[in-house]
Write a protein that binds this ligand. Structure first.
Ligand code: AHR
Length: 318
């Protein structure tokens, strides 16, 4: 595949009489990217950003979408190995279960870049590095907002709608949040359930929680998609999100920022999907045999009801 691409490039140069001109080095770089699915606006924005960045960087991108199934992602990785791509990048749906396929990539001499989520493997050298958000810090940011919002309150009852079980953002956001609220002995996560990062499940989970759990002060949801669903359930139950229940969410999709401005969400912790340029820069280094940092974090912020001028924020783009 790569050889065919290179032959095509040589032919184009020959026919256009440009044989003396140097093409940018990256034009022959092939990156296989295995996306985990399309579960949220965040994920769709991430896929689009990676496509855009590849095009702008002159990288040939082979993109496969695993539709939320780890076995599909593993199949995609195996197909990239047999195509002998220069770099494999992927956003692992869960942390466990990657040792075998990544050993195959290593044996084929193909460097692997983790994007967005991390993995647990016995041999840490099975991947070159990670690029994406600091999920632990996002959870801490959610907790810090609550310390400010509920300052002076002795007892606070929190429900949590968590992301996909076994995924990095679900684990680290939960840990970071608990680390901060542990400072307040009377504050408790009274109920936690996974909504799999899906809007439909966010609505279903919140509707069940409202039936089962009394006196909810706060909802901490691990992503905007689930939050938007949960808000529908809260309104259907005749309650006012943002007032009767404090709402904290993660991502920063346009829809969530709009609800923050309407007072239905109190805090949005940003998690940016716009990491396409970083992925291309790191892929070029890996293909050139250069070392990359083990961890590259994207820069992020928090939006909350305490911010002024939210209406002047540029469109989020996802
Ligand atoms: O891994 C990032 C998370 O995955 C985002 O918070 C969420 O929206 C997506 O599904």
């Amino acid at each position: 595949m790569k050889r065919m691409a290179l032959c095509m490039l040589a032919l184009v140069l020959l026919l256009s009489g440009c044989s003396g001109r140097q093409e940018p080095e990256s034009s022959s770089l092939i990156v296989g990217f295995a996306q985990l699915g399309s579960e949220s606006g965040w994920r769709v924005g991430n896929t689009e950003d990676i496509r855009r960045a590849a095009e702008e960087a002159g990288v040939q991108l082979i993109l496969k979408n695993a539709d939320q199934k780890q076995e599909n992602q593993i199949k995609a990785l195996r197909s990239f190995i047999s195509l002998q791509v220069d770099v494999i990048a992927f956003s692992p749906i869960v942390e466990d279960g990657w040792d075998n396929v990544l050993t195959e990539a290593k044996q084929a001499g193909i460097p692997v870049l983790l994007t967005d989520r991390k993995i647990n493997v016995e041999d840490e050298n099975l991947f070159a590095g990670f690029v994406g958000s600091d999920f632990l810090e996002e959870g801490r940011d959610a907790g810090r907002f609550l310390l400010q919002k509920m300052a002076g309150k002795q007892d606070v009852r929190i429900v949590e709608i968590a992301g996909t079980i076994g995924s990095t953002p679900a684990g680290e956001r939960a840990d970071g949040f608990r680390e901060i609220i542990a400072e307040q002995p009377g504050w408790q996560v009274v109920h936690s359930v996974s909504g799999d990062f899906l809007r439909s499940k966010g609505k279903e989970c919140m509707s069940n929680i409202l039936d089962e759990v009394q006196d909810i002060d706060v909802m901490f949801s691990h992503n905007d998609a689930m939050t938007l669903g949960a808000i529908e359930a809260i309104e259907q139950a005749g309650l006012n999100p943002g007032k009767d229940i404090v709402i904290i969410t993660v991502d920063g999709e346009q829809g969530a920022i709009d609800l923050l401005m309407q007072g239905k969400i109190n805090c949005v912790v940003e998690c940016t999907p716009l990491i396409g340029d970083l992925i291309m820069q790191l892929s070029k280094k890996l293909a050139a045999g250069e070392a990359i940092p083990r961890i590259t974090h994207s820069s992020e912020r928090v939006f909350s009801e305490y911010d002024e001028n939210l209406e002047h924020l540029p469109a989020r783009g996802y």
